[in-house]
Design a protein around this ligand. Structure first.
Ligand SMILES: Nc1nc2c(ncn2[C@@H]2O[C@H](COP(=O)(O)OP(=O)(O)OP(=O)(O)O)[C@@H](O)[C@H]2O)c(=O)[nH]1
Length: 487
C-alpha cells in the first residue's frame, strides 16, 4: 500500500481529471467524425497499411446494399463493373505503392442492380510520419456522365448520317452509345418492313444471334412482345417482368434461353409520323424504368428515326437516279457504265460476255389501238418477264421508249443466242393482260453482239443495233447476231 502525502494526492487527482477531460474530448471528436462520415452524401472508405479495406460508411453500405463484412478486404471489387475492375485495382495499387493521391472513374453496382458512374478520390493517411493506409470518398455522377455519353453518341451518329455512312453502322453507334451510358442494358433497334410488317434486325450487338433471328420471323402485332406491340400501337411498351407480362407469354422459351427479364420498347417515328421500327432496352433482371430512362429511350428512338429516314431517302434517290421510272430496270446511263465495266473485265479475264438489244415489234399499234396507258402496262409486263429470267450478274435496262438492252456476263454469242431465242419465244407465247378483259400478244426482235476485248462500248452497242435492224428487216419476231459474230 502506497501512502501519498497531501501534495502528491492533489497532483494525482489533477492528472486524473485532465485525463478524463482529454478522454471526453477524444470521444466527442470521434463521435463528431463518425457523424460527419455517416451523414455525408459521399461514400467514404478506408484501407489499412496492408492495402485491405476495413471501413465503409453507411451511405456506401446503403448504395451497394451490402454488409460491411461483404465489402471488407477486397470484397467491394465484386460490385465493380467487370470491365472496370483491372483499371480500379491497378490505379489503387500504384497510388498505394507511391503513397500518392489518386482519382478513378468506374461503374459500381447499386443495390437495385443498376451500374452507376462513380468518381473516387483517394489519399494516403499518416499517423505522424507513419503511413497507415488510404482514405477515399466516392460520388455518384451518373447523370453528368450519361449526359456526356449521350451527347457524344448523338454527335457521332449525326455526323455519320451527314457523311452518308451505311445505316447498319449508324444504328450500331446509337445502340452501343446507349449501352455505354447504361452498362447493364442490352439494346436493339429493329426496322419495320412496311409491306410485311416484319421487324428486321437493325442493330443488337449484345443480344444472342438465335434471339434476333427468331424475332425476325415474327410479324409485328399487338401481343407479339413489347416491340411488336410498340410497332403497331405507336406507344412505348414496358414489360418490367417479362415472365409475368401478357405480350411475352408465347416467347418465354426464347427470353429464358437468352436470359432476358425485362424489356422496354419505343416506336421509332419518321418526321411525318410514320412508324419506322422500334428501339428496345432489355435487362437481365426485372427492371422498371425511371424518369431518366424514358428520356434515354426517346432520345435513342429519335436519333434512330433520323438515321433510318435519311437512309431511306438516300436509297430512294439512288433508285431514282439509276433506274427507269416506269419499269424499274436500270436506266441508260447506268447500263452504259456497267457495259464499260464489263468490257474491262473481258479484257482482263478473256471470259466472254454479250450484249442484247431488244425492240418490241409494232408497238405503235398498241398505243394507237388501246391507248398510251395500255402501252405502259405492256412495257411493265414485258420488263417483268425479262427480270424473272435474269441471273444475278445480268443487267437489264430500258434504253429508249420500247427499246431494251441486256448485258449477259459469261455468255458468248452462242449462249446469248440461245437465251435470246427462249426469251423471244416466251414473249410470243405470253398473253399480256391490259385490264380485266383485254389481253394482247406481243413479239420482240433481238440483236446480239458478243463483246470483244478490243471493242469500245459504243462499238458493241452499234454492232448489236445493226443486228437488231437486221432482225426487224428480216420480218421481226426474230433473233439476229452481229455480222462478225454470225454462226
Ligand atoms: N405507252 C408508251 N409508249 C411509248 C413509250 N415510249 C415510246 N413509246 C411508243 O413506242 C412506239 C414506237 O414506235 P415505232 O418506233 O414506230 O416502232 P414500232 O411501232 O414498235 O415498230 P417497229 O419497232 O418497227 O416494230 C411509239 O408509238 C412511241 O410513242 C412509253 O413510255 N410508253
Amino acid at each position: 500500500m502506497i501512502t501519498l502525502n497531501e501534495q502528491e494526492y492533489k497532483s494525482l487527482k489533477e492528472q486524473a481529471e485532465q485525463l478524463n477531460t482529454v478522454t471526453d474530448e477524444l470521444t466527442a471528436a470521434l463521435s463528431l467524425l463518425q457523424d460527419i462520415s455517416e451523414s455525408a452524401s459521399a461514400m467514404i472508405w478506408m484501407s489499412g497499411s496492408d492495402q485491405k479495406y476495413h471501413y465503409f460508411n453507411q451511405p456506401f453500405l446503403e448504395f451497394t446494399g451490402k454488409q460491411l463484412s461483404e465489402l471488407s478486404g477486397f470484397g467491394w471489387i465484386e460490385t465493380v463493373y467487370p470491365e472496370d475492375i483491372s483499371r480500379c485495382i491497378s490505379t489503387y495499387r500504384k497510388a498505394f505503392t507511391a503513397r500518392q493521391r489518386f482519382e478513378v472513374i468506374y461503374r459500381l453496382k447499386r443495390h437495385d442492380g443498376e451500374y452507376r458512374w462513380i468518381i473516387c478520390h483517394g489519399a494516403p493517411r499518416f499517423r505522424g510520419e507513419q503511413f497507415v493506409g488510404f482514405i477515399g470518398h466516392c460520388l455518384d455522377f451518373t447523370e453528368h456522365k450519361r449526359n456526356e455519353i449521350l451527347e457524344q453518341t448523338r454527335s457521332e451518329a449525326l455526323s455519320q448520317v451527314a457523311t452518308g455512312m451505311p445505316l447498319k453502322f449508324i444504328l450500331h453507334t446509337i445502340v452501343s452509345g446507349i449501352e455505354k451510358a447504361k452498362p447493364e442494358a442490352l439494346c436493339s433497334i429493329q426496322l419495320l418492313e412496311p409491306k410485311t410488317l416484319k421487324l428486321k434486325n437493325g442493330a443488337a450487338p449484345s443480344l444472342p444471334d438465335f434471339y434476333t433471328q427468331e424475332v425476325e420471323k415474327l410479324t409485328a402485332e399487338i401481343g407479339i412482345g413489347c416491340c411488336g406491340t410498340a410497332a403497331v400501337t405507336g406507344e412505348i411498351v414496358i414489360a418490367e417482368d417479362i415472365n409475368n407480362h401478357p405480350d411475352w407469354q408465347d416467347f418465354l422459351h426464347l427470353t429464358q434461353k437468352a436470359g432476358l427479364h425485362s424489356c422496354w420498347s419505343a416506336p421509332i417515328f419518321s418526321s411525318q409520323g410514320e412508324i419506322l421500327g422500334t428501339f428496345a432496352i432489355y435487362h437481365r433482371e426485372p427492371h422498371s424504368p425511371g424518369k431518366e430512362d424514358f428520356t434515354i429511350i426517346r432520345h435513342a428512338a429519335e436519333l434512330a428515326g433520323i438515321a433510318i429516314e435519311r437512309a431511306r431517302d438516300t436509297e430512294q434517290l439512288n433508285r431514282l437516279a439509276t433506274t427507269d421510272y416506269l419499269t424499274g430496270l436500270a436506266n441508260r446511263r447506268v447500263f452504259f457504265q456497267r457495259l464499260e465495266a464489263e468490257i474491262s473485265r473481258v479484257q482482263r479475264s478473256l471470259n466472254p460476255a454479250s450484249l442484247l438489244m431488244l425492240d418490241l415489234d409494232h408497238f405503235k399499234d398498241i398505243n394507237d389501238r388501246f391507248g398510251h396507258a395500255a402501252g405502259d402496262t405492256a412495257l411493265k409486263t414485258f420488263s417483268d418477264i425479262i427480270r424473272q429470267r435474269l441471273r444475278d450478274t445480268d443487267v437489264a435496262a430500258r434504253v429508249g421508249g420500247e427499246e431494251f438492252a441486256l448485258l449477259l456476263p459469261g455468255a458468248d454469242a452462242e449462249a446469248a443466242h440461245h437465251f435470246a431465242e427462249s426469251l423471244r419465244n416466251v414473249i410470243e407465247l405470253t398473253e399480256l393482260h391490259l385490264g380485266d378483259t383485254l389481253s394482247i400478244q406481243l413479239t420482240v426482235s433481238i440483236g446480239i453482239a458478243e463483246i470483244t476485248p478490243q471493242s469500245s462500248a459504243e462499238q458493241v452497242m452499234s454492232r448489236a443495233d445493226q443486228a437488231l435492224y437486221l432482225a426487224k428487216n428480216s420480218g421481226r419476231n426474230r433473233v439476229c447476231r452481229a455480222a462478225d459474230d454470225a454462226a
